[in-house]
Design a protein around this ligand. Structure first.
Ligand code: NAD
Ligand code: ZN
Ligand code: ZN
Length: 339
């Protein structure tokens, strides 16, 4: 099969022919129809996160927003049939037994496998996955439409859910990329007043078209002042990979508000404890989502309440897409179509 393979950090992926994976007893083999290109793929390819770099499989097939059709299944697979359309998220497998799994937070599983990080992902014609963690795709969604919900969608859905936003509250979203533009729509669906912040006018226009009330360009506006004038944000969701977005977001949160940590810059973020204490700012980090979160956001997408803006590219252009993402030139999500 054809695959885009990472051999070394910071080196272009090699588009090459390799043997397709063989599904084990509890696994399915999937003919990949769509695989979203997430900014996390870029971080992984660049070795941005030393904490994660240690567990990255090499050589590695990137890609953790996979949708395709089951073409083969292991002997112990009961709930999926050949021909079913399924998706595979970042959380490739969780044990079901550890404390975190039992508490309902399988996304924190201490024995988890990660698609496109510790096991091969979807920048390929075929991928395999445990049947237990491959979710069926609602008929109302095409494979390309559905793929980005397996990371971008589920991640912001869980983050916003954790903030417990009420109707009428102000939700600031820093970074209107793949994750952020879906977050705008989820926030609107919950009745929040959305203030979008980005450094690209095109992304801000997109945010407005999706329902944001305010749109601020961080490169040319005193964003902190704008938020002070509004009374601050009840929650500020950072989906940008820029450390400077965190510095700005922190200053926009109102006392007792919540900073939602989702974007993952390579640098550490730090805030003055005196301001954290004086404002009783809460911090809530979020790691993708559980299968339950995924089912909920897929149902919202199938009902037309939220849509991902997508463009497609052939697998052979994986390097060009990563470069486009690095330059900040992707509006919505680019989805590779290996099939
Ligand atoms: P993206 O490149 O599509 O979007 C990033 C957006 O941030 C772009 O629109 C860019 O213009 C904007 N931006 C850049 N600098 C900015 C600044 N200073 N202020 C405001 N906006 C700025 O990326 P994505 O795929 O949406 O991913 C975003 C981040 O989220 C990445 O760091 C990724 O690794 C992370 N992520 C985290 C999780 C998680 O579970 N926590 C899951 C998925 C992705
Ligand atoms: Zn992702
Ligand atoms: Zn577990």
């Amino acid at each position: 099969m054809k695959a885009a393979v990472l051999h070394e950090f910071k080196q272009p992926l090699v588009i090459q022919e390799i043997d397709p994976p063989k599904p084990e007893d509890k696994e399915v083999l999937i003919a990949v129809e769509a695989c979203g290109v997430c900014h996390s793929d870029l971080h992984v390819a660049d070795g941005d996160w030393p904490q994660l770099a240690k567990i990255v499989k090499k050589p590695l097939i990137l890609g953790h927003e996979i949708v395709g059709r089951v073409v083969e299944k292991g002997g112990a697979v009961r709930d999926l049939q050949v021909g079913d359309r399924v998706g595979v998220p970042w959380l490739h497998w969780s044990c079901g037994d550890c404390e975190f799994c039992r508490e309902g937070n399988e996304n924190l599983c201490s024995r988890q496998k990660i698609t496109g990080v510790t096991v091969d992902g979807g920048y390929a014609e075929f991928a395999k996955a445990p049947a237990s963690h491959a979710l069926k795709i609602p008929d109302a969604l095409s494979s390309v439409e559905a793929a980005p919900f397996f990371c971008a969608g589920v991640t912001v859905f869980r983050a916003i859910k954790q903030a417990k936003i009420s109707r009428g509250q102000r939700l600031a979203i820093f970074g209107i990329g793949g994750l952020g533009h879906i977050a705008v729509q989820i926030g609107c669906a919950l009745g929040a007043e959305i203030a979008a912040v980005d450094i690209s006018e095109e992304k801000l226009t997109l945010a407005k078209s999706l329902g944001a009330t305010h749109a601020f360009n961080a490169a040319s506006t005193d964003v902190a002042k704008e938020f002070r004038n509004m009374g601050g944000a009840h929650a500020a969701l950072v989906t940008s990979a820029a450390k400077s977005a965190y510095d700005m977001a922190f200053s926009c949160v109102r006392p007792s508000g919540c900073l939602l940590i989702v974007g993952l810059p390579a640098e550490n973020i730090c805030f003055p404890p005196i301001l954290m204490a004086a404002r009783e700012v809460r911090m809530q980090a979020s790691a993708v989502g559980t299968r339950q979160d995924l089912s909920e956001i897929l149902a919202m997408a199938a009902a037309g309440e939220v849509r991902c803006r997508t463009a497609t590219r052939p697998l052979a252009q994986a390097n060009e897409v990563l470069e486009q993402l690095r330059r900040g030139n992707v509006s919505g999500r680019i989805v590779l179509t290996p099939g």
